[in-house]
Design a protein around this ligand. Structure first.
Ligand code: NAP
Length: 297
């Protein structure tokens, strides 16, 4: 397909590369131009403006947050002002339910189509084309995106016609992931301060009653205090908890653990954790316990 790709960060650069490798005609744009170079070397075309990436059948955005997606999609020189009628904006960033709703309306008003397709999986999964994609939007539009999703992920889970439902599912998933990180951090702090080997403890858990990838991935990071370089940066994790809480507030669903996680992220960021992986909230319990092996690297 002839497509545009906007947002070449940790996730987007790997995803755009897989689309090029799969044979799609990809035009890339990124606010900081130097990140476009590697993609151009791989065979992508370079756009020097958002408009330049909006000339195909679809444009994918993979940007940090609501501010970035609003800027890129809704500004006068943005996606909505430039995408042809009938073309599809595929929004793969983790954004708010409210913004997703507004984008769906704005695209409909402009005669364009909108698909929300946030993803589960870190940059290593993105590079290996192993993402899980949660898609929602008008059925024919989602169907048209299939060749792109096949190049990006191992599985696409369609969940209906309302794009914002995909965003809510993604936010709920990240809320759940963060609860696991916090709980693992507390359990590892407990055994670690008693002198039990933290890595061996995680191996024991994941080889017995907690074999899920989430325990393996985050257990290893927390046990080893491996929070740098960030694959998923702590400020983005904090963003997701805030967005999950906002969705919960509007639906009147109390999330007591969400409120706790909000403060854990705030503590991490207040103490200079911006460049750390979001797994670093799992290092706070050992710090609170005054455990000498817990220095967050
Ligand atoms: P990232 O490495 O920080 O990249 C962010 C991208 O957004 C960059 O291309 C950046 O451009 C752009 N951007 C930021 N603010 C902007 C603005 N105001 N205007 C225009 N562009 C702007 O983030 P990431 O880890 O790739 O994450 C991207 C999205 O995927 C986020 O919504 C995140 O929550 C979600 N996600 C991440 C992971 C993960 O493990 N990393 C997993 C699943 C989902 P510059 O290069 O110019 O700064």
């Amino acid at each position: 397909m002839k497509i545009g790709f906007i947002g070449l960060g940790r996730m987007g650069s790997a995803m755009a590369a897989n689309l090029v490798k799969a044979g799609h005609d990809v035009t890339v744009f990124n606010r900081s131009p130097e990140k476009r170079r590697a993609l151009v070397e791989l065979g992508a075309r370079e756009a020097t403006s958002i408009a330049g990436a909006c000339r195909g059948e679809a444009v994918i955005t993979m940007l940090a947050d609501d501010t970035a997606v609003s800027r890129v999609a809704l500004a006068k020189d943005g996606v909505i002002g430039n995408l042809p009628r009938g073309a599809i904006h595929i929004s793969m960033s983790t954004i708010s339910v409210e913004l997703s709703k507004s984008l769906a309306q704005a695209h409909a008003d402009a005669g364009q189509r909108f698909v929300a397709a946030p993803v589960f999986g870190r940059p290593d999964a993105a590079a290996a084309a192993k993402l899980f994609i949660v898609s929602a939007g008008e059925a024919a539009a989602v169907e048209a995106c299939k060749p792109l999703f096949t190049a990006l992920g191992q599985k696409t889970i369609p969940i209906g016609a309302e794009p914002q439902a995909a965003n809510l599912v993604k936010l709920s998933g990240n809320f759940l992931l963060a609860t696991v990180i916090e709980a693992l951090g507390e359990a590892i702090a407990l055994v670690g301060k008693a002198g039990i080997d933290r890595g061996a403890y995680v191996d024991l858990l994941t080889a017995t009653i907690f074999p899920a990838p989430v325990y393996k991935t985050y257990g290893a990071l927390i046990a080893g205090n491996k929070f740098q370089p960030a694959a998923f940066a702590a400020p983005l994790g904090y963003k997701d908890i805030r967005l999950a809480l906002a969705a919960a507030e509007s639906l009147r669903v109390p999330l007591p653990l969400g409120s706790l996680l909000h403060d854990r992220f705030l503590r991490l960021l207040a103490q200079g954790g911006d460049s750390l992986d979001w797994a670093a909230i799992g290092g706070l319990a050992a710090q609170d316990a005054g455990d000498a092996q817990s220095a967050i690297a």
